[in-house]
Ligand binder design. Structure first.
Ligand SMILES: Nc1ncnc2c1ncn2[C@@H]1O[C@H](COP(=O)(O)OP(=O)(O)OP(=O)(O)O)[C@@H](O)[C@H]1O
Ligand SMILES: [Mg+2]
Length: 448
């Protein structure tokens, strides 16, 4: 349903028909309903058009319909039909949030003019929404960060994407392993093919095997129809084996065979199917250690780890903390349609003192909470945050804190030395000494 449609609601058949006829003569697409309830069953927030409804109807009247539609979507234009000269009714329609009103008997030019305005407005709203979504999804896939570690990582991803070799991504929880895997896929020549992710820890061993390899009809009792597995599904694309350390030893042998021979057999079949895939695996563990300990198959480890990508924890890239925080605060505030609270120095301070065991994922939660409640942490978590801080010594905390404050000041001053030392209330020479001590380069802060 791509053409804008006008939904007409009136319990009187003659009025309904008259309206529909007028609109159709003007080449509009229409649907008509005799009751508000029937109309509501069809309308939703993606409705590409407007609604014209009578006010006086049995059961659910026009005002009630208007209220229900506003719950669905505040930007859905609803035009209410009032009796001729019924000023009170017209006023109350507008006051209740109707887009406009038309009087019975209808004047054709007036009707068409109101309808056209309503449809134009609706189209604009939908276009804006689409644009916003497009921007949101586009950004979702970008790796944000300006620290040298992240810049180097992005370059490495671009290089590795073209290399088409199996890749192992390691990093703590929430550091962006899946994001990196997607970027590898998107920047590779396989990007027209599928990206198929499977979490190896999520399923028991037997189900995992079916997930990966698929089965023929009748392979086991419940297998009524044949089913394609993830390996096959990922043909000409990338398969992402998340939490790969959880692969049981027995299944590891079978996966190893796939990697070596680039062929699979569905369960219950002995026919080999050629597959062309790139395997990206991710782990939170030290897979090398696990394979040395015999917990993970060593030969599989070497197959997967042709190249390795290490994602650093957030606490090792201090500079990105405020950048990411700002980014996610902006995102959350546009998603929730709330103006973001100010990022005071106190807020930045608190963020910088934290150790971020949950890394970027934790930071996203904190940013959303900040937008919604103007607080950073809830009381239950406060103890953890404080204990983080207690773990390191005072001098090292002060060092780190100082570095972060200078970075923040540099960033606010866009790299200007004068504005930075003035802002911090220190002497020019002191600032230079501190930049050298912390290895900070003001040029990094000069863009945007
Ligand atoms: N550098 C970054 N820039 C923007 N978003 C990021 C960045 N790093 C991580 N994210 C976002 O943080 C969230 C967590 O990232 P992701 O799921 O990739 O982490 P993970 O390492 O796979 O975590 P886990 O080990 O818990 O599965 C995602 O929403 C991701 O988009
Ligand atoms: Mg993940």
């Amino acid at each position: 349903m791509n053409l804008p449609t006008i939904c007409v609601v009136d319990d009187h058949q003659d009025i309904r028909n008259a309206l529909v006829e007028m609109l159709q003569l003007a080449d509009y697409k229409t649907v008509a309903f005799a009751s508000a309830k029937d109309a509501l069953a069809t309308l939703d927030k993606t409705w590409q058009g407007i609604i014209i409804s009578d006010i006086r109807m049995p059961k659910m009247d026009g005002f009630e319909l208007l209220a229900a539609l506003q719950k669905l979507d505040l930007d859905l234009p609803v035009i209410l039909i009032t009796g001729h000269g019924d000023v009170q009714m017209a006023l109350s329609a507008i006051r209740n949030g109707a887009y406009d009103f038309i009087e019975k008997p209808f004047r054709r030019e007036h009707l068409l003019e109101v309808v056209k305005r309503g449809l134009d407005k609706r189209q604009l709203v939908l276009e804006n929404r689409q644009l916003k979504n497009a921007i949101a999804t586009q950004h979702k896939e970008t790796i944000i960060g300006q620290s040298s570690i992240i810049t180097a990582l992005k370059e490495k991803i671009t290089r590795l994407a073209k290399a088409d070799v199996n890749t192992l991504i390691c990093g703590e929880t929430g550091t962006g392993k899946e994001l990196a895997a997607r970027r590898l896929h998107e920047q590779s020549d396989r990007n027209k093919g599928p990206f198929v992710a499977i979490n190896c820890a999520a399923l028991p061993e037997s189900m995992m095997e079916v997930e990966l390899f698929g089965h023929e009809a009748g392979a086991f009792t419940d297998a009524k129809k044949a089913r394609i597995g993830k390996f096959e599904y990922a043909h000409q694309g990338t398969i992402f084996l998340d939490e790969v350390e959880s692969i049981p030893l027995s299944l590891a042998v079978k996966i190893l065979r796939v990697l070596q021979e680039r062929q699979i057999e569905r369960l219950g079949s002995n026919q080999s199917i050629d597959i062309d895939i790139r395997v990206i695996a991710a782990t939170k563990s030290d897979l090398k250690q696990l394979s040395e300990d015999g917990v993970f198959r060593e030969d599989l480890y070497y197959r997967l780890n042709v190249v390795e990508l290490h994602l650093p924890p957030l606490r090792q890239r201090d500079q990105d903390i405020t950048l990411l925080f700002r980014y996610f605060v902006d995102q959350a505030s546009s998603r929730f349609n709330i103006t973001a609270p100010n990022l005071s120095l106190y807020v930045i301070d608190t963020l910088m003192q934290h150790d971020w065991p949950g890394n970027v994922r934790e930071l996203i939660n904190v940013a959303e909470r900040f937008v919604l409640t103007d607080t950073l942490i809830d009381q239950r978590k406060l103890a953890n945050w404080q204990s983080d801080v207690r773990h390191s010594s005072l001098p090292s905390r002060l060092e780190r804190y100082e570095k972060r404050l200078i970075e923040e000041a540099l960033s606010q001053a866009q790299g200007s030395i004068k504005r930075t030392y003035e802002g911090l209330g220190i002497a020019r020479k002191t600032l230079y000494d501190k930049l050298a001590k912390h290895g900070l380069d003001r040029h990094r802060f000069m863009d945007d």
